[in-house]
Design a binder for this molecule. Structure first.
Ligand code: ADP
Ligand SMILES: CCCC(=O)OP(=O)(O)O
Length: 355
């Protein structure tokens, strides 16, 4: 029996959709949203109808209808911390994502829209949401009791590329240790021990600076900035997520553009090299988390397309473990395969305990 799955993955500036028939992707589209379109919605969650209309139009354009699918697979958003795996979406989860999630992230919309499209006729699944949390206890402490470190990462792509490399090595993912650096608009660097993500930088607040985010900052200076009276809370937030990193230094979030400028401009060269340096430093830290027992360091995400950039990182970390470059992201595929494993009965969908 063939299963047809509709996949929904909203990103900050686009919504990606795909149709899978078993493991085969028969249709994929990235629906781009202009800044002008998105600016109409000051609150991300108000984009709900706009995103849903875009998704349904994309479907209709290629002749699919809601009733053609056996399931919908949606990117999981910011739920309370949870184990990796595939979860059945229910009303309580939808309510949480819509009204209670502590972080407004566009991934929160995916399951909500999917649930509305499914109308209870077919199941909706999320796989490895942003808030997958498998951190070991010692990774949780920040140094201030009221603040616990949070596991908010590109868990879906990180786990998908681990599976790919494990398959290449003809080994079981659950018996391998990896350090994975997802190098996108935001950056997550994770330590994977026997298939579990035991530590990862929060891609919004910690780790290296990235094309659009500052990552970790010197805390004393941040406090001074907060109390300077010069910025509102929202302005400061935008400085560290959205307008930080490459954007702050070079006015672009595009590594290709930054690399081009670096050929002639020493300042741009310094910034790109500093980003590679910070990424390497985080990778080194995660190698220590794994006590140096690392089967592979995986570089993935959009920036891993650039050989020039991955070579800069490799120069620091090549002695630690074999390096695997898996450019781009495999989120649509990972969502489809997560749902497929459940439809085929190879895995049971987890029920979300709620909050
Ligand atoms: N072929 C490429 N060469 C170098 N950098 C690239 C390439 N493709 C994408 N990038 C860079 O990757 C970053 C975005 O990563 P991506 O994973 O696509 O983003 P997102 O996190 O938004 O999904 C941008 O800085 C972009 O310039
Ligand atoms: C908050 C962690 C996940 C994340 O940063 O996703 P995007 O890069 O897609 O915003």
């Amino acid at each position: 029996m063939m299963y047809r799955i509709f996949v929904i993955n909203p990103g900050s500036t686009s919504t990606k959709v795909a149709v899978y028939e078993d493991e085969e992707c028969v249709y994929a589209e990235k629906v781009e949203h202009s800044v002008q379109d998105l600016e109409k919605f000051p609150d991300i969650m108000d984009q709900y109808l706009f995103r849903k209309d875009n998704i349904l139009s994309a479907l209709k354009k290629v002749g699919f209808h809601e009733e053609d699918f056996d399931a919908i697979a949606a990117r999981g958003g910011i739920l309370p911390p949870l184990e990796s795996g595939t979860y059945l979406v229910d009303e309580r989860m939808v309510d949480y994502l819509l009204h209670k999630s502590p972080v407004k992230h566009v991934s929160n919309l995916a399951a909500v829209i999917a649930f509305e499209i499914a109308k209870g006729r077919i199941p909706v699944y999320i796989t490895d949401p942003v808030s997958v949390d498998e951190m070991i206890p010692e990774a949780r402490l920040s140094g201030i009791p009221e603040i616990e470190r949070k596991s908010l990462s590109h868990a879906l792509n990180i786990r998908a590329v681990c599976r790919k490399v494990a398959k290449m090595l003809e080994k079981d993912f659950n018996q391998l240790n990896f350090v994975v650096a997802h190098l996108g608009g935001g950056i997550s660097v994770a330590a994977i021990r026997n298939g579990r993500m035991i530590d990862v930088n929060n891609a919004n607040d910690e780790g290296p600076f990235s094309p659009e985010r500052t990552g970790e900052l010197p805390v004393g200076d941040v406090v001074r900035m907060c109390f300077s009276g010069k910025y509102t809370k929202d302005e400061l937030k935008k400085r560290y997520v959205g307008k930080g990193g490459l954007v702050a230094y070079l006015g672009t979030n595009d590594l290709r553009e930054a690399l081009k400028r670096a050929e002639k401009d020493d300042y741009a060269k310094l910034i790109v090299e500093a980003m590679a340096y910070q990424i390497a430093k985080e990778i080194g830290g995660m190698c220590a988390v794994l006590c140096g027992k690392v089967d592979g360091i995986i570089l993935t995400g959009g920036m891993a397309h650039s050989e020039k950039f991955t070579e800069m990182i490799k120069a620091y970390v090549y002695k630690f473990a074999p390096i695997f470059i898996v450019p781009g992201e495999f989120e649509l595929e990972a969502l489809a395969l997560g749902a497929l494993r459940v439809l085929r009965g190879e895995e049971t969908a987890k029920r979300w305990g709620g909050s």
